[in-house]
Design a protein around this ligand. Structure first.
Ligand SMILES: Cc1cc2nc3c(=O)[nH]c(=O)nc-3n(C[C@H](O)[C@H](O)[C@H](O)COP(=O)(O)OP(=O)(O)OC[C@H]3O[C@@H](n4cnc5c(N)ncnc54)[C@H](O)[C@@H]3O)c2cc1C
Length: 222
């Protein structure tokens, strides 16, 4: 398979960094082609602006989706945005590796979505959900939390993890056509012993070895 891993954490020695490196190693050893977007290392700017484009449709009033539609036809996405779009178009499977921040994506990764998932090239013109541009591709959220697994059960301190992830899985990934695999969640790695963390990395490695056989989940019903 062709696999792209989009990863963000501000500290390479973090547990997220270890999850990212585990995935790169295991997937490459299994014979998959792997490309990466290490957003921290790339100094990827998460703030959407006219910097997304080399073209201009309306110089007097910046409306992002209008500029995106124009850039789609005119080949007017900036080099850094175009490179990210090409990786998604190329892949069969996209993995996002991140820490849960404020019940959602950290700003760097959310901003990557804001800039890269452009109307025209990535969604729109009748292409949403089942008719999405990326139908047939799959996506995997691999994340860590500060809270324990109990805190993320239904009725728990924070509420059901499935509910928290739904805006990402349904509102972003399925919206553009991806089939979503069951999320890989490591709850509270900072609370674990080193042995427990190593077991989590080993479990992720085992899962990734057979990831090609996995089917998408029904988002919102698991
Ligand atoms: C702005 C902000 C918002 C947040 N919002 C939330 C929230 O809404 N909900 C929530 O639950 N949490 C939240 N958190 C907490 C956050 O989700 C966790 O701190 C994070 O997910 C933990 O992952 P990490 O990679 O940062 O862990 P780290 O603290 O980097 O790692 C944990 C331990 O693993 C060790 N480690 C690294 N590599 C390995 C290895 N190869 N083998 C074994 N051990 C290793 C590290 O040395 C460290 O001791 C928030 C944090 C911030 C800063």
């Amino acid at each position: 398979m062709k696999i792209v891993i989009v990863y963000w954490h501000p500290e390479p020695q973090s547990f997220n960094g270890a999850m990212f490196r585990t995935a790169c190693r295991v997937l490459a050893n299994a014979g998959h082609e792997v490309r990466i977007s290490d957003l921290h290392e790339m100094h990827f700017d998460p703030v959407s602006s006219r910097n997304n484009f080399t073209t201009v449709k309306n110089p007097d009033f910046f409306k992002q989706q209008i500029e995106e539609m124009h850039a789609t036809v005119a080949g007017g996405f900036s080099k850094e945005i175009d490179a990210e779009m090409e990786k998604i178009e190329w892949c069969d499977l996209m993995i996002w590796q991140f820490p849960l921040w404020w019940f959602g994506l950290p700003a760097a990764l959310k901003g990557w979505v804001d800039r890269v998932f452009a109307m025209g090239r990535v969604y729109g013109l009748g292409h949403y959900y089942e008719t999405g541009v990326f139908r047939g591709k799959r996506a995997l959220l691999s994340l860590t939390t500060g809270g324990t697994e109990d805190a993320f059960r239904q009725g728990g301190f924070n509420g059901d993890i499935a509910g928290l992830l739904r805006p990402i899985e349904r509102g972003i990934l399925e919206f553009v056509g991806f089939g979503v695999l069951a999320p890989q969640v490591v709850y509270g790695p900072a609370r674990m012993t080193n042995d427990e963390r190593e077991q989590q990395l080993a479990a992720y490695a085992t899962r990734l070895q057979n990831i090609a056989q996995e089917s998408p989940i029904a988002v919102g019903t698991y």
